[in-house]
Ligand binder design. Structure first.
Ligand code: K1U
Ligand code: ZN
Length: 173
């Protein structure tokens, strides 16, 4: 397993629609392991393949953050939202590609998602709470969408400028 480099916004790869997974091979299984290791190391509760510069429809997540609870690492291939609740919830979202910036985003409170597992099975599950927020945030990454795209243009521009400055500083050191 290896840590992968996480792309920082703005980056054109974070704005692209990722390609569907057509088959599961050793490279894809290695990518899933690396993404989980990278997510736990960050630390984060989710990560989508485009964030590590791989334009494939794969995401990993583990929102089980209760002290003492067993980890629940999940790997979702070609995920799609098949149902959303009328009820909506607001969460102060962050993003590993937009470090140290948080903003409230409103999304459906519950979603049902279908995906393919690493062993090729079709899976379907309802998510609520932080799991629902996270899976929608990660599926957005697969469609080239960031949480800041839900914000007013001025706030989005302010965050983007901060990230441009951060990237210039990172390039110098
Ligand atoms: O996709 C990403 O960039 C990961 C992101 C996922 C996410 C966070 C909050 C709402 C929706 C989606 C993160 O994991 S940011 C880091 C974070 O939220 C966190 C880190 C450590 C402990 C708990 C949360
Ligand atoms: Zn993100």
């Amino acid at each position: 397993m290896a840590l992968r480099n996480i792309l920082i916004h703005p980056d054109p790869r974070l704005k692209k629609v990722a390609d569907p997974v057509v088959s599961v091979d050793d490279d894809l299984r290695r990518l899933a392991d690396d993404m989980l290791e990278t997510m736990y190391d960050a630390p984060g509760i989710g990560l989508a393949a485009p964030q590590v510069a791989v334009m494939t429809r794969m995401l990993v997540m583990d929102c089980e953050k209760d002290e003492g609870a067993a980890p629940r690492p999940m790997v979702l291939l070609n995920p799609s939202v098949v149902w959303t609740s009328e009820e909506r919830s607001v969460y102060d979202e962050g993003c590993l590609s937009i470090p140290e910036q948080y903003a409230e985003v409103e999304r459906p409170a519950e979603v049902e998602v279908q995906w393919m597992s690493l062993d090729g099975k079709t899976m379907r599950e309802k998510f609520d709470g932080l799991w629902a927020t996270c899976v929608q945030h990660e599926i957005d990454h697969l469609d080239g969408k960031l949480f800041i795209d839900y914000l007013k243009p001025l706030k989005r521009q302010m965050i983007t400028r901060k990230m441009q400055k951060l990237k210039r500083e990172m390039a110098r050191s």
